[in-house]
Design a protein around this ligand. Structure first.
Ligand code: UDX
Length: 435
């Protein structure tokens, strides 16, 4: 069985490499020749733990290829996955489907009869049916099957998530599409991963509802953290105990600077926009978006007022990526927080283990540093924004000795009381006080 994967972003590259590892022949396609050259040389274009090794093995064994030639890769493919981006459209927050439509047109022109076309990109309800009609109109009389197969992998643990998902969701319309999906996911099936077989529309709705719910969970605990701060509570203890209720569940209850990334912000906006369009407002999610935006500004204000109290003009920011183990800065809280801090007249010194290259263009005026310690040097306030492992065991005495001030704002609640002993740091976590 031959697979073609259109788009080599997070979802496309990780899925393509993992399907090759399942034993299928996979051709990954991207329009950008420099991306393809890099991938051909066995170098992943994204930072994802374990990906380089998996790529190398499958390239060596001849199961994984890369090309810019979409038509050639699609011509003999049995299953064609579309994994191109669906960014937010400016203005109305709707998902921009131009890349999906362009890919569908090229696939329609080149696919063989009986091909199975699978949309893996996150697309709003109704898109799969529209794309099906578009392909059918371009190739009248040529049989093919449409499948919706949303992907739930997280950056930073993408391979693990692909190989051990809680469930695989596939929306199908016919037996051919269903059989193809059962075959490509057979290795997971054998590990008893549930394969949820449903309609195209349900599959689309499941993906958005899942991400919207998770974003809501994060936003909920962030507001609880605010209340904990005002009342002497501890959000970690509250989260732990409410999470023991299986109806609530323990995951996604870490308070922080607000959610970011390539999915939650754009997917919540698209979900809200879809609700408006159909006259079924998702008011809860509209509110989640608003609360999350306000939170990022509130975090910036926290840093600025700490700097004012300390009479410092320099702040160190540790972590720019929206979460650890990725170099992705898309909609990272840091992209709102850093400019707001600069706007208050403060100098920002920053470090991130993987995201500095990406961040340089996005955050002008920042003094980029080679380590957390270098960033902290001369700063009156240090703010930890991303919970990289490298920031979990900092030598806080050393950090404090390099600073010109003593406030540590830990927006990820990485440190505990005993870590602070003897450091002289004025520690400020989220939703808890260590005093
Ligand atoms: C998310 C979904 O988890 C995944 O299923 C979907 O396919 C894509 O979107 P990802 O964006 O990679 O994955 O990151 P995730 O780990 O879910 O974190 C999203 C954001 O929420 C990050 O900014 C993270 O810092 C924040 N977050 C998450 C919290 O602040 N607290 C939490 O408890 C969990």
């Amino acid at each position: 069985m031959k697979l073609a994967m259109i788009g080599t972003g997070y979802v496309g590259l990780v899925s393509g490499v993992c399907f090759a590892d399942f034993g299928f022949h996979v051709t990954c396609v991207d329009k950008n020749p420099s991306i393809i050259d890099r991938l051909k040389a066995g170098k992943a274009t994204i930072y994802e733990p374990g990906l380089d090794e998996l790529m190398a093995r499958n390239i060596r064994d001849g199961r994984l290829e890369f090309t810019t030639d979409l038509a050639a890769s699609v011509a003999d493919a049995d299953v064609i996955f579309i994994a191109v981006g669906t960014p937010s459209r400016r203005g109305d927050g709707e998902a921009d489907l131009q890349y999906i439509e362009a890919a569908a047109d090229e696939i329609a022109a080149a696919m063989k009869p009986g091909a199975v076309v699978v949309i893996k990109s996150t697309v709003v309800v109704g898109t799969n049916a529209r794309i099906r009609d578009r392909i059918a109109a371009a190739r009248p009389g040529v049989p093919f099957s449409m499948v919706s197969n949303p992907e739930f992998l997280r950056e930073g643990s993408a391979i693990e998530d692909f190989l051990r998902p809680d469930r695989v969701v596939v929306g199908v319309e016919d037996e051919r599409g269903k059989a193809a999906m059962q075959r490509v996911y057979r290795p997971l099936y054998l590990r008893e991963t549930p394969l949820v077989i449903t309609t195209l529309e349900n599959a689309e709705l499941i993906k958005y509802a899942a991400n919207a719910f998770l974003a809501m969970k994060v936003t909920f605990i962030n507001e609880v953290a605010d209340l904990c701060e005002k009342t002497g509570g501890n959000v970690q203890e509250v989260a732990r105990a409410i999470g023991m209720d299986k109806r609530i569940g323990s995951k996604f209850l870490h308070a922080g600077p607000g959610f970011g990334g390539s999915c939650f912000p754009k997917d919540t906006r698209a979900f809200a926009a879809t609700g408006k369009r159909y006259g079924a407002r998702q008011t809860l999610i509209e509110q989640v978006i608003e609360v999350n935006e306000a939170r990022k500004q509130a975090m910036a204000e926290r840093i600025v007022s700490a700097a004012r109290e300390s009479s410092t003009d320099t702040v160190a920011i540790l972590g720019i990526a929206f979460k650890p183990n990725t170099d992705d800065i898309r909609e990272s809280p840091a992209l709102d927080i850093v400019p707001a801090v600069q706007k208050a007249g403060l100098t920002v010194r920053a470090h991130d283990p993987e995201a500095m290259e990406a961040a340089k263009a996005a955050l002008p005026g920042v003094v980029w540093c080679n380590s957390a310690y270098e960033a902290a040097t001369g700063a009156g306030v240090v703010a930890l924004l991303t919970e990289w492992n490298a920031y979990r065991a900092l030598d806080l005495k050393r950090l404090a000795s390099l600073m010109n001030g003593n406030v540590l704002i830990d927006l990820r609640n990485v440190y505990k009381g005993e870590d602070l002993e003897g450091t002289g740091l004025d520690y400020r976590g989220v939703g808890r006080s260590l005093k």
